[in-house]
Design a protein around this ligand. Sequence first.
Ligand SMILES: NC(=O)C1=CN([C@@H]2O[C@H](COP(=O)(O)OP(=O)(O)OC[C@H]3O[C@@H](n4cnc5c(N)ncnc54)[C@H](OP(=O)(O)O)[C@@H]3O)[C@@H](O)[C@H]2O)C=CC1
Ligand SMILES: O=C(O)[C@@H]1CCC=N1
Length: 268
Amino acid sequence: MINKIAIIGGGNLGAAIAKGLVKSGKPFKGEVIVTRRRVHLIKSLEQEGISVGQDNLKAVENADVVILAVKPYQLEDIISEIQPALSDEALLISLAAGVDSQRISEMASGRKSIFRVMPNTAISIGESMTCVSSYEATEEQDAVIRELFEPTGTVQFIPEELMASATVLAACGIAFALRFIRAATQGGVEIGFGSDLALKIASQTVKGAAELIIRGEAHPEAEIDKVTTPRGITISGLNEMEHQGFSSALIKGLITSFEKIENGSKKR
Ligand SMILES: NC(=O)C1=CN([C@@H]2O[C@H](COP(=O)(O)OP(=O)(O)OC[C@H]3O[C@@H](n4cnc5c(N)ncnc54)[C@H](OP(=O)(O)O)[C@@H]3O)[C@@H](O)[C@H]2O)C=CC1
Ligand SMILES: O=C(O)[C@@H]1CCC=N1
């Protein structure tokens, strides 16, 4: 039973997770406390039933789950700071991209039951794709983490060696998908829509395309075949996009992001 969750680092992701956990309602009913140094910037979270503060040690006291949502380079200092207040039973979750569990365990004096969780920012609206890896945790502890994050979207446990890939595909992926929507909107304006309407049409179209795959478990290419009339309009546009490097640009972008994580983690 989780009675208290402490989120250390109420920035973009920490605040989004707090909102997502509180909105999800179950299985968690206890306190969520979020800290950051410039606490005035997260005062508004209080209106959503989330406690805020500056004192990391106090936040971590009696917490069943501690989520570290600071930048990767701050992880070591934060862990040393909170360690005196961290209970032996607390589950420690790191969101830091590119810092592996063994390293986190070393920072925490050999602590076990460490999780790396990589949600994306859609967690604030209960639509995250959240990849999780667990390090020296029991099945029961895995289940606690699954149950905690499931109401905030889709949860997938993966081997830790795939965490960097998950970061690129799911976490950075939000930006990649949004850039598609933005580009489609700009194209929509060129062909006659006002920008608001173009954005509405482009975003609902992307949502519908994603739902066709998620609900129908269809393959994207099979759905594309249904839209591409021979000698038709769709295929001419689609092929022009491919001539301009559409798929290739996306794949190269994913690989570039992946290499950035890999090179970064080697430096740590
Ligand atoms: N899954 C995803 O989509 C994403 C994952 N990430 C990962 O999540 C982590 C957080 O990233 P992001 O939210 O973008 O970063 P932000 O910079 O937005 O948030 C980090 C927060 O930590 C706070 N902070 C810094 N020092 C302390 C301290 N000593 N005590 C308490 N709080 C502190 C900062 O606030 P202040 O300066 O006021 O203290 C800041 O708000 C990173 O490790 C990153 O790798 C990042 C982005 C997206
Ligand atoms: O861009 C970044 O470095 C972070 C990691 C995952 C998403 N944002």
